[in-house]
Design a protein around this ligand. Structure first.
Ligand SMILES: Cc1cc2nc3c(=O)[nH]c(=O)nc-3n(C[C@H](O)[C@H](O)[C@H](O)COP(=O)(O)O)c2cc1C
Length: 545
């Protein structure tokens, strides 16, 4: 009797369900997936209870899974925040999960050697290989298409030369400087403790010490992890971290205290950076730990915005004077400023003020629009600033026209990963280069593109101890050293093949780019010749007027 009764209930419920689905498909002409899922789960729970009742009590254990699933599905359809979960309870989570591992899936399964942005697999792999001191070669030939528009190459010589090991250094410091710095042509780009973890900063600094090259602190100030023996370029941004008073204004004595440290070899004043020119800095609350807040003199656990502009000066002359003040306070160390070129006239005005005041900085760092950052608004990253390859020739030309080329060295940053990248950059006017993201790869960055979440899986760009403890600074320091050494070695070999006896002789007439299907132009023609012609035409015009 009882058994019969139960069967009737179940078959009744089945008929009801089928009736409901039938109604949904026939009346509304649309199947509501959410209702189907809920009905399915209701049914599943009823069947489970029935099985527990009729067959074996063990079936009741299944309710531990089926009942919460039903409750969760009901919660999903009743909430109003996520349409995907409201329309597709439970299965909507699959979408969220796949979305969260999209970058990894793409990298592991679908990415070809020339895919991947901002750095393709070939670029990332060469850094990993050089950092691990693994093979320095690639097999079976070129992967890119040499006939494609945009393809670039350098002219080698039939008379290769041989260079000494210490050829790839440059002196930075003009006649006003009392402590010139003999810099490597390849250095660690600006990245703060805050954007990067303490273990990452320590690894970079130790690597710089091993290799005898410089480590730019980034605008977040000097922490104990920066003081592991590597040469420092101390960067000062609009937040004046490490040299500010309680109100966030520049504080001369606090500056001097840090500037005269023996580790600090040069001072770089940041005006703007390529990934977010004119925006100021953002330190997300998740990365603003108690320790970082103490170094920066801000409140822990809050999002810190550095202002977009400097409070210490507001004119080109003011900038020149401020740079001179920094030089004097630091005891005559090389000073310079970092800029991503935007309004060309503003840069020309700065150079004119430098000339007229006589306060000539020792270097100018040019950051390309293609530069990276920990966190920035998309509009700023994608649509503001001049790319490095255009900015360098412009800056070189302006310094030349104003007779400042011998006094001011140009430093450059923007996706400079290989020896060829370094040589191209030098040919366009730079004396030395930075690599920021290249060094991140060297210490294990996998380009997960989540620096702004605080969840960097390899402990490079996070303040989560559970994650950054995975990065061993001593081991990764060797990788930083290897990457630098092997990249310099590759640069030197290319210079030898092209017959460049020193970095000064690397010139743009030896580098080429396919600009159209059947047209190839040298960098000289692309970046300098038209400008020269225009200058000559302007001269003739002014003579005629
Ligand atoms: C995580 C991260 C943090 C950065 N922090 C700074 C900074 O504090 N100051 C700065 O001037 N540039 C900063 N940058 C920009 C780099 O210094 C560099 O100019 C830019 O990324 C281009 O070089 P790259 O292509 O070698 O990365 C940061 C970049 C990254 C990826």
């Amino acid at each position: 009797m009882i058994h019969f009764g139960r069967s009737s209930i179940i078959s009744g419920l089945f008929s009801f369900l089928i009736f409901k689905i039938d109604c949904m498909t026939s009346k509304e002409k649309q199947v509501s997936v959410s209702r189907m899922i809920i009905l399915f789960l209701v049914l599943l729970n009823i069947i489970t209870i029935n099985a527990g009742y009729t067959a074996s009590g063990k079936w009741y254990w299944a309710l531990i899974v089926t009942l919460p699933l039903l409750l969760l599905a009901i919660l999903n359809v009743t909430q109003k925040k996520h349409a995907v979960l409201r329309n597709f309870p439970l299965i909507g989570y699959v979408r969220y999960f796949l979305e969260s591992i999209r970058q990894e899936i793409r990298q592991y399964f679908f990415e070809s050697d020339l895919d991947g942005k901002p750095f393709n697999r070939r670029q990332r792999s060469i850094v990993y290989q050089r950092a691990k001191n693994e093979k320095q070669t690639v097999a079976f030939g070129m992967q890119s298409d040499p006939n494609a528009v945009g393809s670039e190459w350098a002219a080698h010589s039939v008379y290769p030369i041989s260079l000494g090991a210490d050829d790839l250094r440059v002196w930075i410091g003009n006649h006003l400087c009392q402590q010139p710095y003999h810099a490597s042509i390849y250095n660690i780009g600006a990245m703060s403790y805050g954007a990067l973890s303490k273990t990452a900063i320590e690894a970079l600094n130790r690597g710089a010490k091993l290799g005898g090259f410089a480590h730019n602190t980034g605008e977040g100030g000097i922490s104990e992890y920066h003081l592991k023996g590597g040469d420092l370029i101390w960067q000062i941004g609009t937040g004046y971290f490490g040299c500010r008073d309680e109100k966030g204004k520049f504080h001369a004595l606090a500056f001097r205290k840090n500037a005269i440290r023996p580790e600090v070899k040069m001072i770089e004043l940041k005006l703007s950076q390529g990934a977010k020119p004119g925006h100021g800095g953002i330190l997300p609350a998740s990365k603003n730990t108690v320790e970082i807040a103490a170094i920066r003199k801000v409140t822990a656990g809050t999002t810190i915005y550095s202002p977009a502009s400097h409070s210490a000066f507001n004119s080109p002359e003011g900038l020149a004077q401020f740079l001179q003040l920094l030089r004097e306070l630091s005891g005559g160390k090389p000073v310079g400023f970092k800029i991503c070129i935007g309004d060309k006239q503003e840069f020309i005005d700065i150079c004119r003020a430098i000339k007229s005041t006589g306060h000539i900085p020792d270097f100018i760092t040019i950051d390309g629009a293609e530069g990276g950052t920990g966190a920035a608004p998309l509009e700023f990253t994608d649509h503001l600033g001049m790319p490095l390859r255009e900015a360098l020739p412009f800056v070189k030309q302006i310094l030349g026209e104003l007779g400042l080329s011998n006094e001011i060295r140009i430093l450059a940053a923007g996706k400079i990963i290989t020896g060829f990248d370094i040589l191209k950059t030098l040919s366009l006017g730079a004396a030395a280069c930075y690599t920021a993201r290249g060094m991140m790869f060297a210490i294990g960055c996998i380009q997960a593109l989540i620096c702004d979440s605080g969840k960097c899986p390899v402990g490079v760009a996070t303040q989560n101890p559970a994650l950054y403890k995975g990065l061993d600074p001593t081991d990764k320091a060797v990788r930083v050293f290897n990457f630098h050494l092997n990249t310099i070695q590759a640069t030197r070999e290319m210079m030898e093949a092209c017959g460049f006896p020193d970095t000064k002789s690397i010139n743009p007439s030896k580098f080429f780019r396919r600009t159209e299907d059947q047209t190839t132009k040298s960098f000289e023609e692309i970046y300098f010749k038209r400008k020269k012609e225009r200058m000559e035409q302007n001269k003739i015009k002014s003579l005629l007027n």
